[in-house]
Write a protein that binds this ligand. Structure first.
Ligand SMILES: Cc1cc2nc3c(=O)[nH]c(=O)nc-3n(C[C@H](O)[C@H](O)[C@H](O)COP(=O)(O)OP(=O)(O)OC[C@H]3O[C@@H](n4cnc5c(N)ncnc54)[C@H](O)[C@@H]3O)c2cc1C
Length: 444
């Protein structure tokens, strides 16, 4: 079988790798418009550079030699311009020539691109970035800048603000929402972190909008918000992105935001065409959907699609979104639905939020976390959770992600059998206790 993958980034590479590791029976082709050296770039390379984890951005591209060794045919600098699902054909542009390519099965992994900033401000010190090349321009500009303005306090904007502030630069972070990370955390969980931003030297402007700017020699030097004008050496718009699905219109079914509609097995409206990664939205109850670019989703969809393609059909949980970061000393983790977004998804939810002690009372060095569980009112199924702590709780977040994916209820969690180790843990895990507290409240 000839399997063709469009897009050789995190999703496409994981799909090709999984397919070839599972069986050598197929011919696998990976096509990308980028050059070989820029494939699979980790988009937070700029942050890793300012944190001194890497020196050169090229250190976080993907070495595709293992794929080549497995027999994957990688075709770079070729842009797919169109597809013909009925005849199983692709139309590529390569060095200004058109090439026609056939497939038996197609995996769409074209990802997303930042929205063009020149429609917002057309100036040479205003950036958005994702790939290696744009990231290098941003890095060059940021290294010379002292006053940096970042629009959007989602993960990308906040993480960039955090690493740049640690280098002594003056950072202005602007968002039109009242809280940072508002797509992932409820206000009651994130306000402490938000209040600490100014200690780190990050000026945060909530509920704000860009209304004008001033420029000299095609370089912005001031941005004007509703309430304030700020001086700027470099301006970053990290948060606007759109799915790269232009050539799919009228070929496979798309949502109104141009994300691709798939079934539980990641098949599009054409059964021989699968879609993975950023182009597939988080989908709730087959109706509501949310565009949410996350590497985690891309690589896990890739593996699920590869398994289904070779005959181990496995449904992919399209609701799951799990994400985490470290801002200042805080570990921040979120999975599933927030309490504040639930009404917009027609979900009737309750929640419990409290500070818990992670260590037994007899241990002098207490470890603390703020935890929130969100659950459906009628079934008590847990559908969201958030963790904020100065401890590193990634494994707890992964555990919560698995519990939510496997539709655990509050009742299940109260008696979930977690391990007791007297040097580290209280008799009951804090998640057991939290679930039990909900049952105490609802039993009265
Ligand atoms: C600055 C920044 C930081 C981020 N940090 C994180 C993070 O810390 N954690 C996290 O989970 N996510 C992060 N993300 C999101 C993450 O980068 C995406 O979710 C991820 O890249 C999606 O992978 P993908 O394989 O679906 O697509 P993409 O990485 O978008 O790749 C798509 C590929 O398809 C190719 N392509 C597109 N159209 C065509 C065509 N017509 N013909 C040929 N090739 C084509 C592109 O050249 C590209 O190589 C970040 C994003 C940004 C912008």
């Amino acid at each position: 079988m000839k399997i063709v993958i469009i897009g050789a980034s995190h999703g496409g590479i994981a799909a090709a790798m999984s397919l070839c590791k599972l069986t050598s029976k197929n011919e696998v082709y990976l096509i990308d418009k980028k050059p070989l050296h820029a494939l699979g770039y980790i988009s937070s390379g700029v942050n890793l550079h300012f944190q001194n984890i890497i020196q050169e951005l090229t250190e976080v591209t993907t070495d595709v030699q293992p794929l080549i060794d497995l027999g994957v045919n990688i075709l770079t600098e070729r842009q797919v311009m169109d597809i013909d699902p009925k005849n199983h054909k692709l139309f590529l542009e390569y060095e200004d020539q058109e090439e026609i390519f056939s497939y038996d099965k197609l995996i769409l992994a074209m990802g997303s691109s930042p929205t063009a900033v020149n429609t917002i401000i057309d100036a040479e010190n205003v950036f958005t970035y994702k790939g290696l090349e744009e990231s290098q321009y941003v890095l060059d500009s940021l290294e010379k800048a002292q006053q940096i303005v970042i629009f959007g306090a989602g993960y990308i904007g906040l993480e960039l603000a955090n690493v740049l502030a640690a280098t002594g630069r003056e950072i202005h972070l602007i968002d039109n929402m009242p809280m940072i990370l508002s797509r992932y955390f409820d206000s009651d969980m994130i306000e402490e972190v938000q209040d600490s931003l100014n200690v780190q030297g990050i000026h945060f402007y909530p509920n704000e909008f860009l209304i004008d700017y001033q420029a000299v020699d095609n370089k912005v030097n001031k941005v004007c918000l509703l309430s304030k004008t700020i001086e700027a050496d470099t301006v970053i718009f990290p948060s606007q992105a759109q799915p790269n699905t232009g050539f799919l219109r009228d070929k496979v079914a798309l949502n109104e935001d141009d994300t691709v509609i798939v079934n539980d097995y990641l098949q599009t409206s054409e059964q021989d065409i699968y879609a993975i990664g950023d182009i597939v939205p988080i989908t709730y109850s087959k109706t509501a959907h949310v565009f949410m670019p996350l590497v985690t989703r891309a690589v896990h969809m890739a593996r699920a699609a590869a398994l289904s393609l070779i005959g181990h059909a496995i449904p992919f949980d399209r609701e799951n979104k799990v994400s985490a970061t470290k801002i200042m000393d805080y570990f921040l983790g979120s999975v599933g639905v927030t309490e504040e977004e639930a009404p917009f998804l027609d979900m009737d939810v309750s929640s419990i939020q409290t500070e818990v002690c992670l260590t037994p009372t007899y241990i002098a060095q207490q470890k603390i976390a703020k935890v929130k569980l969100i659950y459906q009112k009628d079934t008590m199924e847990i559908i969201g959770a958030q963790l904020v702590s100065k401890e590193h709780l990634l494994q707890d977040l992964n555990l919560l992600s698995a519990l939510i994916q496997h539709k655990t209820t509050i009742l299940d969690l109260a008696v979930e059998n977690f391990c007791f180790v007297p040097q580290y843990t209280p008799l009951f895990h804090y998640l057991n206790e939290l679930a039990f507290q909900v049952l105490q409240q609802t039993s009265d």
